[in-house]
Write a protein of this length. Sequence first.
Length: 243
Amino acid sequence: MKLVIDLGNSLQKAAVFANDTIVFQKTAASVNDYLPQLFNNFEITSAILVTVINDFSEINEIIRSKCPLLIFDKDTPVPVKSIYQTPETLGKDRLASVVAANSLFPETNILVIDAGTCIKYDFIDSAAVYHGGAISPGLTMRLKALHTFTEKLPLIELSEQEGLTGSNTRDSILSGVVNGTVAEMNGIIEQYNTLYPNLTVVLSGGDSEYLVNKLKNKIFAVSNIVLHGLKIILDHNDNLQKF
């Protein structure tokens, strides 16, 4: 079994894979509290860790005492080619997502849209070459920005929104944020479709279920795409005997 850990700024994710199936998954403020128990419950043979935090020494020590650990960084071999010009600043979640998408849809031009805190667009071509993409504010970030940078607009929580024209302030904000985001997504998809016919679009991230039925293009919704990508990268390095 393989262990995948994603350490974010506010939340930390852990998943255990049996072959390609997730048999355990948890998102919490810290994995430290339950990490030792995972090794008691599962026969974990190797692990991969990606992090945006600087101090993960305790987690590092726990895992290395139990199995080999791969720290995913800019020098880690991956099963796709990247022509991103600043690999040291590339979010590893972005690279992991296209690795997973390329595995699901090989020899295909793919646009991956990760709709989370930020909306990340990442393109990988049919020759498995990752080009890069775009980053824009996510739905909740847009709602918070309207409240933070104005005097009177209230902070609105994301909820279902109907129609184009809001008849009150709440609905007007939701209309602007939701319809604006959907128009952005559809527009970017259309531009990629023009450049790369027969484009496959993959949607993931926390807001994907909210958005998937609002987009006019055919979309493949894939949950936990980053975790699956990390597991593929771990398998790739296991096979190369890189660690």
